[in-house]
Design a protein around this ligand. Structure first.
Ligand code: PLP
Length: 449
C-alpha cells in the first residue's frame, strides 16, 4: 500500500534512504523530488514548476503527459503485459512497419534492446560476427553508454577509470571539432571541405596502422551529443561512408540522442543522405514513456544470420509495453508533424543562441541543429580557455547551474558547456522563457572573462 499512502514528503526521504544513485557520489546527491509532468514542464512535490530544457534525459521528445501514448501503454498492459522476446506480438508487428517507414532506406530489420548502451553493444556484436573482424573504431568525444561494453566504446574520459576492465579491441580517433581542433586553431583560411578532408585523412591513417582487415566497424554519434553537439562539417559523413566502403568496414551510426526528430529530421543522418549499415536508437524512440532501444540493420546483415544463431536475447527485449509506447510515439509524431515543428523551432532557437554570443563575452561559440544545441563557455574568447577544465568542474559552472535551476529551468551542463535539448513540442514563447533565464545566468560567467 506504500504506492497509495506514501506522502509527498516521504518521496524524497525514502528515495534517499533506499536508492543507489548512478553517476553520483552517494553523499552528494540532491535529487529533485519530481511529482508530475505535462508538456514541457514538470513539478516537484512542493509545487515548484520546472521548464524542462533537457527533455529529462534528452529523451522526452514529444513532451510529457501525452494521453495517446499513455492510453496505448494502458491498453497494452491490459491485453498482454509481457511476452517473451521470441514471440510475435501486435506491438512488435506494428512498430516494425512504422520504423521501416522512417529509418534511412536500406535498413529493414530491427533488434530491440532495453536502451541505448545495449543497442550499441548489440550493433558491434552483429558487426563483428558479420565481418569476421574484431576491432571497432570510435571517436574520442563520443558517449555510447555506461555498461561495460558501451563504456569501452565511449571515447570520452569517463571511460578511463574503468578501462582496465572493459572490452578490448576498441581504437579511438579524433572528432572533427573545429572550435577546439589543435591543427586548425586560428586558421580561418582552411575551408570547411579541407577541414573535413584533414580529419578523414586522420581516420584513414589510423585504419592503415590498425590494419583494415582487422576492423569490423566505425561507430560514431552522427551528431556528437553530450560532449559538445559536434555537427559533421561539409563532406565529413559522406567521406566516412566512402572510407568504410573502400575497406569493407561497416558504418554504425549511434542515433540514440540525435534520432526521432531531435535535429529537425527523423534521424540526423538524413541531413547528409548517408546510409549506415547499422543504426542504433533509444531515448526518443519511446520519448521516455517506457524503456526501449533498437538496432536497425541492412537486409544483408539480417540474412547473414538466417542459418546462424545470434546469442543476444535478454528476457525483457521487445517488451510489449515498450513496443506499444514506441509505436504510439511515432504515430503521434507523424500525426502532429512534430519533426517539422522541431525544424521550425530549431531556427528560432538558433537566433536566440546567436543573441547570446552578441551579449555575453563568456560565450565562446554556439552550435545547433534543430532543437539540439550547445553553448560553449570560455574565460577568454581568443585563447578559448574553457570555463571548466576538460572532464572537470569549476565554481563558475556550478554557480551557473545552481542559478538556472533555482529559476525553474532544468537543463544539463557538461564541463564548460550548456546543452539545450527541449521537448520538440516547445513553442517560441517557452523557448524565450528559458533563454531569458540563461541570459541572466551568463552574467555569472561573464564576470570571469
Ligand atoms: N548513445 C548516445 C549517443 C547517448 O547519448 C546515450 C545516452 O545518453 C547512449 C548511447 C546510452 O543510452 P542509454 O542510457 O539508454 O543506455
Amino acid at each position: 500500500m506504500y504506492m497509495v499512502y506514501m506522502s509527498d514528503e516521504e518521496i524524497l526521504s525514502a528515495s534517499l534512504e533506499t536508492n543507489f544513485w548512478t553517476w553520483s557520489a552517494q553523499g552528494k546527491v540532491n535529487p529533485i523530488p519530481v511529482k508530475r509532468a505535462d508538456g514541457v514542464y514538470f513539478w516537484d512535490v512542493h509545487g515548484k514548476r520546472y521548464l524542462d530544457f533537457n527533455s529529462m534525459v534528452m529523451c522526452v521528445n514529444i513532451g510529457h503527459g501525452n494521453q495517446r501514448v499513455i492510453e496505448a501503454i494502458a491498453n497494452q498492459a491490459r491485453e498482454l503485459a509481457f511476452a517473451g522476446p521470441g514471440m510475435a506480438t501486435r506491438p512488435r508487428a506494428v512498430l516494425g512497419k512504422l520504423l521501416r517507414e522512417i529509418v534511412p532506406e536500406g535498413l529493414t530489420h530491427f533488434l530491440y534492446t532495453l536502451g541505448g548502451a545495449d543497442a550499441n553493444e548489440n550493433a558491434i556484436k552483429l558487426a563483428r560476427a558479420f565481418t569476421g573482424r574484431s576491432k571497432i573504431l570510435t571517436r574520442y568525444r563520443s558517449y555510447h553508454g555506461a555498461t561495460h561494453g558501451a563504456l569501452a566504446l565511449t571515447g570520452d574520459p569517463r571511460r578511463v577509470a574503468w578501462e582496465p576492465y572493459v572490452m578490448p579491441g576498441v581504437v579511438h580517433f579524433l572528432d572533427p571539432y573545429r572550435y577546439r581542433s589543435t591543427f586548425h586553431l586560428n586558421r580561418p583560411e582552411v575551408s570547411e571541405e579541407q577541414f573535413s578532408q584533414d580529419y578523414l585523412n586522420h581516420l584513414e591513417e589510423i585504419i592503415q596502422y590498425e590494419g583494415p582487415h582487422t576492423i569490423a566497424a566505425v561507430l560514431l554519434e552522427t551528431v556528437t551529443g553530450t560532449n559538445g553537439v559536434i555537427i559533421p562539417p561539409k563532406g565529413y559523413l559522406e567521406g566516412v561512408r566512402a572510407i568504410c566502403d573502400r575497406y569493407g568496414i561497416l558504418l554504425i551510426c549511434d542515433e540514440v540522442m540525435s534520432g526521432f526528430g531531435r535535429t529537425g529530421r527523423w534521424f540526423a543522418v538524413d541531413h547528409w543522405g548517408v546510409k549506415p549499415d547499422l543504426m542504433t536508437m533509444a531515448k526518443g524512440l519511446t520519448s521516455g514513456y517506457a524503456p526501449l532501444g533498437a538496432v536497425a540493420m541492412r537486409q544483408e546483415i539480417y540474412e547473414f544470420f538466417m542459418d546462424r544463431e545470434y546469442v543476444g536475447g535478454l528476457t525483457f527485449n521487445g517488451h510489449p509495453i515498450s513496443l506499444a509506447a514506441a509505436a504510439a510515439v511515432i504515430e503521434v509524431m507523424k500525426d502532429e508533424h512534430i519533426v517539422e515543428h522541431a525544424a521550425e523551432m530549431g531556427v528560432v532557437m538558433k537566433e536566440m543562441l546567436e543573441e547570446l554570443v552578441e551579449r555575453h563575452p563568456s560565450v565562446g561559440e554556439v552550435r545547433s541543429i534543430g532543437l539540439f544545441g550547445v553553448i560553449e563557455l570560455v574565460k577568454d574568447r581568443k585563447t578559448r580557455e574553457p570555463m571548466a577544465p576538460f572532464n572537470g568542474f569549476s565554481a563558475e559552472m556550478n554557480a551557473l547551474r545552481k542559478y538556472i535551476l533555482e529559476q525553474g529551468v532544468f537543463l544539463y551542463t557538461h564541463w564548460h558547456t550548456i546543452l539545450l535539448l527541449p521537448p520538440l513540442i516547445i513553442t517560441p514563447e517557452q523557448l524565450r522563457e528559458g533563454f531569458e533565464v540563461i541570459d541572466r545566468a551568463l552574467e555569472i560567467t561573464d564576470r570571469m572573462v
